[in-house]
Design a protein around this ligand. Structure first.
Ligand code: ATP
Length: 233
């Protein structure tokens, strides 16, 4: 579904992605794990089109992405839930969700909203409240639900566990796992390697702008080097 080849990206003169290769197949949950600063967010931003690339190529559902603008990528079926959530705190929960559906004006928007509320019932309870009043975990749920309103074929999730208590991390990643049943492919970027690899089918380890290991998630969880470096075991 998504294929990234030899991807390079820089901030000014400093290259931070040094030739990244990555594949996401239809129906998979793929996790990219790695320490703070490894380049995970930059990778997602390149894929969604908000960060320029300086080399390499990306193909999504058979279409080369380089010449496709960020908003056209959403229309192609790529939707990102950004790091730090970036919800609109002055708008209500429902208004935030409607913004996620900005591409559509059909009746399916209401069905999509009902589906989002089924995934995250707390958002239904709070639909008319300002999003800024939600807890951190609820804001993360809203960010994911808003990304889903764009009807993605592939959801790009940046650090959904950030700043959340373990119980909420588990809850949110449980929902991510359930997205599979809805036919949504997920590319998930996480510092919390253990949590991410537990829900992923496959994983990539990223270190200072390079992929250093990849494989089935259970194989990575069992790998001694990963256990020592990322799982604190
Ligand atoms: P985090 O978990 O903190 O988001 P990350 O793995 O996602 O980490 P990136 O945010 O992609 O890593 O950062 C990769 C490298 O690029 C880091 O060295 C970071 O300092 C640098 N970097 C990120 N954003 C910018 C920017 N806007 N300008 C300059 N350098 C940046």
């Amino acid at each position: 579904m998504l294929s990234v080849e030899n991807l390079r990206s820089r901030y000014g003169r400093i290259e931070v992605l040094h030739g990244v290769d990555l594949d996401v197949r239809s129906g998979e949950i793929v996790a990219v794990v790695g320490a703070n600063g490894a380049g995970k967010t930059t990778l997602l931003r390149c894929i969604s089109g908000v960060q320029p690339i300086s080399g390499g190529s990306m193909v999504f559902r058979g279409e080369p992405l380089q010449t496709v603008s960020a908003h056209r990528r959403v229309a192609l079926g790529l939707s990102q839930s950004p790091e730090g959530r970036q919800i609109f705190t002055n708008l209500t929960v429902e208004e935030n969700l409607r913004l996620g559906a900005y591409l559509f004006s059909d009746a399916r928007v209401e069905t999509d909203m009902a589906e989002a509320f089924a995934l995250f019932p707390i958002l239904k309870e709070k639909r008319n409240l300002a999003a800024g009043g939600l807890s951190g975990g609820q804001q993360q749920m809203l960010a994911i639900a808003r990304a889903l309103m764009a009807r993605p074929a592939c959801l790009l999730l940046d650090e959904p566990s950030m700043g959340l208590a373990p119980i909420l991390v588990a809850q949110i990643l449980d929902v991510v796992k359930n997205l599979k049943a809805l036919g949504i492919t997920v590319l998930l970027v996480e510092q919390n390697a253990y949590a991410a690899l537990q829900v992923a089918d496959r994983g990539y380890v990223m270190e200072t702008g390079r992929i250093t290991m990849s494989g089935p998630a259970e194989q990575l969880i069992a790998d001694e080097r990963i256990r020592a470096a990322y799982l604190g075991v």
